[in-house]
Structure formats: structure tokens, C-alpha cells
Design a protein around this ligand. Sequence first.
Ligand SMILES: [Zn+2]
Length: 498
Amino acid sequence: MACVIGQQLRLYNSLGRRVEDFTPCAARGGEQSVGLYSCGPTVYSYQHLGNMRPYVFADTLRRALRWKGIPYRHVVNITDVGHAVADSDTGEDKLEVAAARERRSVEDIAAFYTKDWLAALAALGVEPADEYPRASAYVPQMIEFAKRLTELGYTYELPSGLYFDTSKSPGYGALALLDLEGQIEGARVEHVEGRRHKSDFALWRAEEPGVRRVMRWDSPWGWGAPGWHLECSVMSMSLLGAHFDIHTGGIDHRQLHHVNEIAQSEAYLGDGQPWVKYWLHNEFILLDSGKISKSAGHTLRLANLVEDGYHPMAYRLFLLGGHYRSQLDFTSAALDAAQATLVRLVHRVSGLRPLPLVETLAVARDLIPAQDKQAASYVEQLDEAISADLATPRVLALLQESLRDTSLSAEGLRVVVAAADGLLGLGLGTLKAAEVEGRRSLSSLEPGEVETIERLVSERTQARKEKNWPRADEIRAELDRLGVQVTDTPSGPTWELR
Ligand SMILES: [Zn+2]
């Protein structure tokens, strides 16, 4: 493992529910990089705002690893088969339902929503993963995996498919801190005829009699499709090796999906070792005090925010302004505040450009002018913040503090800003003020501001009527200053926010 510099990186491990020192696995296959796997999207519809948080979080983790000089390899799967509606083991596949709804092929559906998701990630400054494996490309390996589990005696077959017997998995549910039966209480678990334990889950979903799936494969258990949990175990091990370092995902996966991934993977490996050492989960975004999710009828997307005049980076800033393990209340006031902060940062930083490229602590230390002790101290504080379970609110605060600190040398400040931005990924080195200012929405105005604008517009109309051109121009300049665009039409003047 490459030399790790600075503070010890500490991360909150859901397995055990505590902040722990991060110690990477030993080198595997000659490549000394940390294996990082993040559960990706099921590509049957647009990804809503809440669904973007896991990837901004994983991106922050990657930036922290890079900062510490820890090489990594990041895999994010794309679920294009096997995810049944209502996250259950039976019933229709989400992709097939979407294809029927939109009268398109499942391939078109998957390709379209994958592309849209990747574009949203790029707009949010999320760097691409090393690999985006698609579940449909790994079905033969999934069948082999399930065959091995069957040979080892972990499975049983029902007419509806092949099931994993969770009672044979010692420590089943440890990640969720629940016992075998407890995990299921209150969860949406459908009745499956013949299933031995409520927590048993499908490895293979057989076609129902008389129903021919669109996506179907032949298997020792008949024609059908893989269960949803199987793909992550198979693809992560294929691309990162049997054991790897970090598995991430939304906190909703902590109760079921990741529990099942662990059970089947440790059964498959049978070496008595924990499959993955660190499990990291991000919390939800709350909209009107409910989780944003498609099933709740909310489908607010990044594109909607952009239509409303917000810059995508304002949403990233909103996310990073909270710790990844905190629930965040998504409100227009919070987003307005993030957008205003972004605009201020871009204005302030544009005067410092060009910024150096500072992605690691080592480079930051190298570039700080020797006499600028204060700048050096900021860099060490940034390291301390990101090393403390990725404390992005603290990184953001340090960035703002350094920009107000007049004791820094110009070069020292440039390095501090570039270092903070390397961790936050806001793109402050290149974002243009005109891009981030965007069009403001009426909701961004202060109380009473609309009345003020209306009054000025009618005063201007009056001045024009009286041919008092200097006064009319004066008012127009005032409206300009407020960011209001007035257009004179035959039926009178109209105005809008720029
Ligand atoms: Zn997964």
C-alpha cells in the first residue's frame, strides 16, 4: 500500500456502527488499490434527487482516498434486469414494466435512463467510476454462483425459483443489527408459497407458468431471471476480487439488500473471513419530511432544479453542507442558500484564477509557500476534517474562512482554495459567474421584493408618460441592479427575473 500521509482516515462502519480507522486490505493480484463498490441505479426511470446522494457521497469518499494518496478502483453496477417491482422476489421486473409502459424495448429503456443518470452525475461533478458493469451481462456468472451455493447446501428450490436458506448463514442480519425474524417484521415482504423463513430470498426467479418474460435465461432451475441481490456479489467479486475494502450505498440497503449480499457472498467464499470490511451508508434526503422516492409519488429530478434556475452544483453544495450520515431536509430555502453561497464562492474565487491542481495532501504541502504558516495550517485542518469520517461541512467552512482571512499570501490562498475544491468537487477553478447566477425564480426573492419591483415598474411607466426620460432611465438602472428585466409591450410593460 502506498504511503498514507496526514491524519489517520477514519470512517463510520455500519458493520458494528462505529467510527473506525480505515486500514486497506493487503495488496491483491499485484495491484495495490482499494476496492470500492457502490450499488448503482435500477435504470427503469429517471433518478430522483434523493437517488443522487449516494453517488455524490461515493465521489467524496474517492476524493478523500486520493487526497490521502490511497489508490482505488471504483465499481458501480447498473441494474438492468432482476429488480422486481416493490423490491420483492416475485412478480414483474421493473425494466419490463417500464418497457411496456413506454412501448420501448427493455434495451432502449436501460440505455436511455442510464445515459440520463450519467449526464446528471457529470453535471454534479461526480467523477466517472472505473467500471459500470451491467447486470444483464453477468447472468452466466450469476448462475454459476447460485450453482456453487446449491452444491454447498445453502439453497432450496420451489416452483417460483431457487431460494437462499438464511437459517444456514451464521450471523445473518448482523449488518442490520436484527435477528432473523426481526429483520422482516414491518418490512414489505410478500408471501411466497413454500418459503422456509421469511428472510429467505430468491437467487433465481423462475418464470411463472404461462408467462414468458422478455428477459429470460435458461438455468438448472428452469427459464427465468436472477434475483436482484445476486448481481452485486457476482459483479463486485468479478471486478474487485473475492474480498475488497469498501461497499457503499443508501441507508435503505442496510436492512435487506446488503444483508443478503453478505449472506450469499460469505456462504460462497466459505473462508470464515468477513467478505467486505467496511460498509458505508449515506442517509436520506427528506422532502416535506418524507423520504424522496418514486414510490411516494415524488419524482423531483436535478433537471427540475435546473429548469428553476439553479445550477447543478448548488445541489452538490447543498448535499456537502450536511454530513453524509445526516438526514437533510430539502427545501427551496435551503437550495436558495446553497445557490447564493455558490455564487459568492465563484465570484470570490474567480479573482484568484488560475488555481493550481491540488488533489492530494502531498501536493498541497509542496505548493504552500514556505513562509505562509497560516495557509499551511489551513491545509492541515482540511486534512483533519476530511479524515474525520468525511466532514464536508467543516471543509466548506474552512474554505469560506480562508477566503476571508487577510493574513494569507495570494499563493497560499490559491493552494488552500484548490485543495478544498479538490475535496468538495465544486469546480471552483473553472465555473463561470454567469453560469452559476442563472435565472432566479420568484421564490428566491425576499418578502416585499415583488412589491418593490411592481412599484418601480409603475413609477417608470408614469415617468415615461410624463416624458421624464432621465427619471425613467434612473428607475430602469435601479431595476437592472435588482436583476429585473423589463420589456415594453403594446399592453404595457412586463418584467421577469434574469
Ligand atoms: Zn447492490
